[in-house]
Write a protein that binds this ligand. Structure first.
Ligand code: ATP
Ligand SMILES: Nc1ccn([C@H]2C[C@H](O)[C@@H](COP(=O)(O)O)O2)c(=O)n1
Length: 727
């Protein structure tokens, strides 16, 4: 993680000059938030708003800022400011802008919008996000300065400083600046720009006295060089302190890890603790690029027993593995030297309303997302109506099918297997999943039909383009958004070396980088079926989400949120994908609808409040440029890794301040925790007792507050372990 240095202070105190020099000396990015407010004032005037009027239309100012095409340069040696393609770095220093900027800076809606942008920039520079986006400092960090930086924007910054100087010194410095620029110095105008402006600004942010945790740097009697040296010294001291803290945290975590030896650990615990150094990625766990074999069949025909036989492991693994959904769990598998992904599915049964109506059947999704299918039939029961209908469905899917006749536990039962020739799927392989009989032959047959390279599994993401799924219910504007972003910046690359890409994927260049938008055929040519269109939409959405790293869920902001919207969002969360929410059709949203939408988001989408949420109008292209930042933020969150030392000291403090409620006179205790996976982050917590769902939610909420995890679901696995009995 890069360092964040936040500096605030009154006008003329020297905070910008000091911040730039410090950032340049340390190779960090520099953010001048005051310049953003100045740019906002410039943009308001450019769009025709009179900021010198006694009564400025606050609504018009807010609307203008929401459409401001601002690009902040972060190089401390030449921090450019560009708005609507115009270089405004100089013009925003004009005394006229200084005299009107408070009209914009005291508008709370404007502050909220600029705060959002500032936090995004700071997060982009402070995380180890190399390769994700164009970070000026390559994740080394940032020095951000402005009135509310230490208190509102970055209260968690590593170093927080209030640079100040006496009023007399500040007026003198500002006068010096004007003189150096060859401008006349009018004492009253100077007071207005320094003292009056600070008084106005102080009504919305606190920057005159140092709050707790903020170090005061009074530069009244220091030269500029002395001030810079002093600040560099403070940063050095803070870094040394942080390094010492990290070391202490690691030592404590080592002790906690060692303490686990007193507990009954399972094989998988030992494996997890031994492999802490190499953090696997969720994508790898799902077998990026490996062929996929779906195991389907009616309930109780022995699918899971067969899967466990293939895996050669116990079911215990099932509980802690982040499956796509509870009814469809993927495992990395190996047979005869070949690696593949095996997908265990829930029972496939004709329900009361019939098979066609079971639109969300995970077994059907599994078939759609597989390269081959292993159909398991109970040979002792024989062919049922469900089996016959399943076979019809499998035929329609066009996937190769291998038929396992299970529960053939002795040679005497071979005849039961032979009866299954009637299903018309070729040879039924007689198997006893329970005893292992015949399982080798059936797996050999599966290997014969599985392709070398999967046509459905996502390619491994490392070093490749990021894969994005644009999903949402019909008519929310998926194709408009795709066309809009493709139209703006498109470079279609037909043959990309080293990528296996589906013909329905689209490669689009955004912000100078190439991205794969997966499964766009479903977006461009909507599947129109007289019957079951919904069903295909669900399948298509699921398929797109699982092939992608980020699911961009589009919502029609002009209409009330629907259950279908919430369901698509849930599909992305369950699949463990990074998530970005887009309120499309913003051009059709009036103020009443905005209020309603805010309410809907707070009530119906509170569980995904961690997802970046952007308003845009795909039809006009408005704000579509915000997509990349949101994607980067979500990808960063998805890949977040919390060092074990920090995680344990954080959980230790959390537990001390808010212990788990007593249950039956006992209090479940956290023994040790470690992050077991990234993309999505998965945290495994060893405890002495079961943690209530409420307490787990509390842990998740606090983890997000502490470590960010923007745009990503967090999977929390709890392993309850008992103390070893003394012999
Ligand atoms: N000891 C000092 N520390 C910092 N700056 C100093 C010092 N002495 C003189 N200066 C000068 O003070 C002037 C004002 O500094 P600067 O513009 O950075 O202030 P600021 O706090 O960012 O003001 P504003 O909020 O109005 O942008 C600069 O010319 C700077 O070189
Ligand atoms: N974080 C910030 C930064 C600046 N402002 C206000 C204060 C000024 O009126 C104006 C320009 O700032 P300057 O360039 O003079 O530092 O913006 C603020 O309210 N919050």
């Amino acid at each position: 993680m890069g360092i964040v240095v936040a500096i605030d202070g009154p006008s003329g105190s020297g905070k910008s000059t000091v911040a730039k020099r410090v950032a340049a000396a340390l190779g960090l990015a520099y953010l001048d938030t005051g310049a953003m407010y100045r740019a906002a004032a410039w943009w308001c005037e450019r769009t025709g708003i009179d900021l010198t009027a006694d009564e400025v239309d606050a609504g018009a100012v807010t609307r203008a800022i929401l459409t401001m095409p601002l690009d902040m340069g972060l190089d401390p040696t030449s921090p450019g400011v560009t708005c609507d393609g115009v270089d405004i770095a100089e013009v925003i220093r004009d005394p006229h802008i200084a005299s009107v900027v408070s009209k914009v800076a005291t508008n709370l809606d404007v502050r909220a919008e600029l705060a959002r942008l500032q936090r995004e920039i700071i997060a982009g520079e402070s995380r180890d996000a190399v390769g994700l986006h164009r970070s000026f400092s390559a994740g080394e960090g940032i020095v951000a300065e402005g009135r509310d930086i230490t208190t509102v924007i970055a209260p968690d910054a590593d170093v927080r400083l209030l640079v100040t100087a006496s009023e007399e010194a500040r007026l003198a410095r500002r006068a010096g600046d004007l003189k150096a620029a060859g401008k006349s110095v009018d004492a009253a105008a100077l007071r207005d720009q320094v003292v009056r402006r600070d008084r106005d600004d102080a009504t919305v942010s606190q920057f005159l006295t140092a709050p707790e945790g903020v170090t005061l740097v009074d530069s009244s009697d220091m030269t500029l060089e002395e001030t810079v040296e002093h600040v560099l010294g403070l940063i050095e001291a803070a870094r040394a302190e942080a390094a010492e803290r990290d070391q202490d945290d690691e030592q404590r975590a080592d002790a906690l890890r060692a303490g686990l030896e007193e507990y009954e650990l399972e094989e998988e615990d030992v494996a997890l603790l031994a492999g802490e150094e190499e953090l696997p990625s969720g994508d790898a766990a799902f077998g990026a690029g490996l062929p996929v074999l779906a195991v389907v069949g009616r309930p109780n025909v022995g699918k899971s027993t067969l899967v466990n036989r293939v895996l050669g492991r116990r079911e215990a693994v099932v509980q802690d593995r982040p499956g796509v959904t509870r009814d469809r769990v993927s495992y990395p598998a190996e047979w005869a030297g070949r690696r593949f992904t095996i997908v265990d599915t829930g029972g496939w049964e004709v329900d009361v309303e019939g098979l066609e109506a079971s639109v969300a059947s995970q077994a059907e999704v599994a078939v759609e997302l597989s390269d081959a299918v292993l159909l398991v039939v109970d040979a002792q029961v024989g062919i049922t109506e469900t089996d016959a209908r399943v076979v019809r469905l499998l035929r329609r899917s066009g996937k190769p099918v291998v038929l396992a006749a299970n529960k053939v536990d002795s040679p005497a039962q071979e005849g039961d297997a032979a009866a299954l020739w009637n299903l018309g799927l070729g040879e039924p392989y007689a198997v006893s999943a329970l005893h292992g009989r015949g399982s080798g032959e059936v797996l050999d047959a599966c290997m014969e039909v599985l392709p070398e390279v999967s046509a459905v599994a996502p390619a491994a993401p490392e070093g490749r383009m990021h894969r994005i799924a644009l999903v949402g219910r019909p008519n929310v504007g998926k194709s408009s958004l795709l066309n809009s972003i493709a139209g703006q910046d498109r470079v279609v690359v037909n043959e990309m070396a080293g990528t296996t890409r589906d013909p329905v994927d689209e490669i689009i260049e955004l912000d100078g980088r190439q991205w794969v938008f997966v499964d766009t055929a479903g977006i461009r040519r909507r599947v129109r079926q007289s019957r079951g269109a919904d069903y295909y939409a669900v399948l298509r959405t699921q398929g797109a989400i699982e092939k992608a790293e980020v699911a961009v869920v589009l919502l029609d902001a002009s209409e009330p949120l629907t259950e279908q919207d919430v369901r698509v969002i849930q599909q992305a969360v369950d699949a463990g994908r990074a998530l970005v929410l887009v309120n499309n059709k913003w051009d059709l949203v009036d103020e009443d609808r905005q209020k309603m939408l805010r309410w809907e988001i707070e009530h119906d989408l509170a569980h995904v409040s961690w997802a970046p949420h952007i308003n845009l109008a795909a039809a006009t292209g408005w704000h579509t440029n915000r997509l990349v930042r949101a994607l980067d933020a979500a990808l960063e969150g998805w890949g977040t890794r919390v060092p074990t030392g920090r995680l344990n000291s954080f959980l230790g403090e959390l537990q001390a301040a808010a212990p788990h409620p007593l249950r039956g006179g006992k209090q479940p205790r956290i023994l040790f925790a470690t992050q077991a996976q990234v993309r999505p982050p998965r945290i495994v917590i060893f405890t002495t007792g079961f943690l209530d769902a409420g307490y787990r939610r509390f842990i998740e909420r606090r983890l997000r507050e502490e470590f960010g995890f923007v745009g990503t679901p967090i999977q929390i696995g709890v392993r309850v372990r008992e103390k070893r009995r003394r012999r």
